[in-house]
Design a protein around this ligand. Structure first.
Ligand code: XIL
Length: 373
């Protein structure tokens, strides 16, 4: 009798340990705190990569399109829209009841040159570009009205010193292009959450610029709901105190905070610049690719600790945080394998190259277990 009771007890305990160690998923662990997302590439969206599509379904309750909704993908030529992949992306999210993100409407990269030019190749005037911007936003946001819950309306509008980036949007339209983009998006889907997204806002100077911009936009009644911190981070940058202050400062400014493109680079950076400018390209060099044969256990541990420290901050600010989205699903598909140096072996995410959870996955779960309900 007695020994049978002990045996059942052991079995029960093993069951608990087993479930908390192996079968807890990110989305379930963070339910009630914030949604956890991943950026999907075309193979995952279309199901060509069935293993990763299944992993996304299992672990995440929000999705972002890594490239499918950028201007050059969805609107490659005047009057020509390419909705095949975006339609499948939105259907995937709806099927699994996910929080579906649109990335991105107005950006200086991955936008075709024709957008800014006339038939002779000269830059168009303000009215023409505003009309093109309006038509693009009305068409794309309008098509997914009620099915894309949140749009990155403008991406990377600030320089590192916090001033407005001299993009063709700014040069041709003037500084009110930002307010116009928000206004057009709001008209196309009044219920969608609208975000200004940027990198390195943890740097105090750029952060001040962003806070001033948000204050100005809110003062003018522009329908901005959130700031997106891209979160292309490294093992040492930013400090946890800076991350904490950054999220806190935006929350105090009255916007929600979304962590939109989280990844943590463990590879050496050839300079001290913390930019995520996608056009940057640095010469290949074996010294910059030290873990081609595998990630040493000690670095694996540092990555896990770093993820835990960051998620503790996100949890601390959970009332302000809308979502945390990882920029990719597994290490194999991270853009950091090819940026800023081509052909490296990178380890920035929570799942390894064959889709197995890494030590960092466990530490993200531990961060929320510490907090409890
Ligand atoms: C990256 C994609 O991951 C790559 O596949 C693409 O070649 C370039 O863009 N900031 C952003 C994202 O806002 O859209 C970028 O995504 C990464 C940096």
């Amino acid at each position: 009798m007695h020994s049978k009771g002990i045996a059942w007890g052991m079995l029960f305990l093993c069951g608990i340990l087993h479930s908390s160690e192996t079968s807890q998923t990110l989305k379930d662990a963070y339910r009630g705190k914030f949604v956890i997302g991943a950026a999907l590439n075309e193979a995952q969206i279309t199901g060509r990569d069935a293993r990763e599509a299944a992993l996304v379904e299992q672990e995440f309750n929000s999705i972002s399109p890594e490239n499918a909704l950028k201007w050059e993908s969805v609107h490659p030529k005047p009057g020509v829209y390419s909705f095949d992949v975006p339609d499948r992306y939105v259907a995937f999210g709806a099927k699994h009841k996910m929080f579906v993100v649109g990335h991105t409407l107005i950006w200086h990269n991955q936008t075709p040159e024709w957008v800014f030019r006339d038939e002779k190749g000269s830059l168009v005037d303000r009215e023409t570009l505003l009309k093109r911007m309006h038509d693009h936003i009305a068409t794309v946001v309008g098509r997914y009205k009620g099915r894309i819950q949140s749009w990155d309306v403008v991406n990377e509008v600030l320089n590192d010193d916090g001033s407005l980036r001299q993009s063709l949007w700014l040069k041709i339209i003037g500084p009110d292009y930002i307010a116009k983009a928000f206004q057009y998006a709001h008209e196309a889907d009044p219920k969608a959450r609208l975000t200004y997204n940027d990198y390195s806002l943890e740097n105090p100077v750029k952060r001040s610029g962003a806070l001033a911009l948000i204050k100005m936009l809110k003062g003018e009644g522009v329908p901005i709901t959130a700031v997106g911190l891209q979160g292309h981070l490294s093992l040492t940058w930013p400090s946890i105190a800076d991350e904490d202050e950054t999220v806190g400062a935006f929350a105090d400014a009255g916007v929600k905070v979304a962590i939109t493109e989280l990844d943590i680079d463990v590879l050496p950076r050839p300079d001290a610049d913390h930019t995520a400018e996608v056009t940057r390209s640095i010469q290949q060099d074996p010294a910059l690719n030290p873990y081609a044969g595998g990630l040493p256990e000690v670095v694996q541990g540092q990555l896990a600790q770093r993820y835990k420290d960051l998620f503790r901050i996100y949890l601390k600010h959970r009332n302000a945080i809308d979502r945390v989205t990882l920029w990719g699903v597994t290490d194999a598909d991270s853009w950091l394998n090819d940026w800023p140096v081509k052909g490296r072996t990178s380890y920035p995410l929570l799942f390894d190259r064959v889709g197995q959870p890494k030590m960092a996955h466990r530490s993200v779960l531990q961060a929320v277990e510490e907090v409890g309900q």
